[in-house]
Write a protein that binds this ligand. Structure first.
Ligand code: KG4
Ligand code: ZN
Length: 343
């Protein structure tokens, strides 16, 4: 298969959920520009993402964001070698906007189009800025609003999923518990902030499936435990009790995430652990995972905060690697897939 030079420029669009993001990257891992237009304020009054509002806003935002990103990269649009977009998993109506826009751009510029799996992007994100453009074999934990996955990643595009969640994703549990506690959407960053003031041993919440001997997760029982604990507490909740609930809930999630990730590293024999996805922004998770990996003599790479939540840099780099290794472009009539799995 013919290969493309590693300095070929790839522009990617990411619209799998509520962030509109555009980036330009090269296969050697250089990110020339990465722009994100957040819709958090738009969805905040509803306490969650409203799909129709998300897709309409992607539609409004994309064209100026593409122009802005190309300018920020210091290139002309004709310098691009390929165009890419996230094709799943995610919200169908949101994915369609980014996908269709990217395909139209590819057609107009007469450049190849690459569909990218959003999860593949998260898996690569810990290596953005590592300098080499290489993706070494590792044991990966992907924790976001939509996913909790333990993955054996042997290299870019070569992975085996070892475990996932049976019900809520870790980020989803943070957001739902945040809502129960009356915190603003999204709950994850709020719980992270409030937990710093709280006592993580104040409430003894369940460490669901910690001894199941596999890499499966379940967070809905924990969510229910917080709900019943709340019923026992006098209303209105004291601020310090909210802090304690946040710290104790967060600790229950993190203990399970860390234990299963380390067990998977032991099972696969991988010496490098990576963590990515929105929840990997969490300060306590970063701290607990760092301590556990140090104790076990494992190397750890956590995505840089700018690349933990949804961004297009990780998608652009994944596409640039495909382009560089001569992968066939995606046909323009190929559909998006809201339930796309890792290959
Ligand atoms: O990766 P991401 O932007 O979107 C998905 O692909 O789902 O992740 C968003 C999720 C949300 O559930 C949000 O609450 C969570 O990541 N999150 C956090 C933190 N920052 C974002 N959860 C815990 N602590 C944080 N600091
Ligand atoms: Zn994501």
């Amino acid at each position: 298969m013919p290969t493309a030079p590693p300095d070929a420029l790839v522009l990617a669009i990411e619209t799998s959920c509520d962030e509109t993001a555009v980036a330009v990257a090269r296969a050697d891992g250089e990110i020339l520009a990465s722009e994100i237009s957040s819709q958090i304020a738009l969805h905040q009054p509803y306490g969650g993402v409203v799909p129709e509002l998300a897709s309409r806003n992607h539609n409004l935002t994309l064209r100026p964001l593409i122009e802005h990103t190309v300018a920020a990269a210091g290139i002309a649009i004709d310098d691009l070698a390929a165009i890419a977009a996230t094709s799943g998993p995610g919200l169908a109506s949101s994915l369609l906007i980014g996908n269709t826009t990217a395909k139209a751009l590819a057609l107009a510029l007469d450049k190849p189009f690459y569909a990218v799996n959003h999860l593949e992007g998260h898996l690569l994100s810990p290596f953005i800025g590592s300098g080499s453009g290489e993706v070494p074999s590792n044991l990966a934990l992907v924790v976001s609003g939509g996913h909790t996955l333990v993955v054996h990643l042997r290299g870019a595009g070569d992975s085996t999923v070892l475990g996932s969640t049976r019900d809520d994703a870790a980020g989803e549990a943070f957001d739902k518990v945040g809502k129960m506690l009356g915190l603003p959407y999204p709950g994850g960053p709020e719980i992270d902030r409030r937990a710093r003031e709280g006592n993580r041993r104040a409430f003894d919440f369940p460490r669901s499936m910690i001894d199941s001997g596999d890499f499966q997760f379940s967070f809905s029982g924990l969510k229910t435990a917080v709900f019943y604990q709340l019923k026992k507490l006098p209303e209105p909740l004291e601020e310090s009790i909210i802090d304690d609930l946040c710290a104790s809930f967060q600790e229950a999630v993190i203990e399970v995430l860390v234990a299963k990730t380390l067990a998977a590293a032991r099972k696969t024999g991988e010496r490098l652990v990576t963590v990515s996805g929105g929840v990997s922004c969490n300060r306590r998770l970063r701290e607990a995972m760092t301590e556990a990996c140090e104790e076990s003599g494992l190397e750890l790479r956590i995505a840089a905060p700018a690349y933990t939540t949804d961004n297009a840099a990780m998608i652009a780099w994944a596409a640039a690697l495909k382009h560089a290794r001569g992968a066939a472009p995606t046909p323009l009539d190929e559909d998006i897939d809201p339930n796309l799995k890792l290959a």
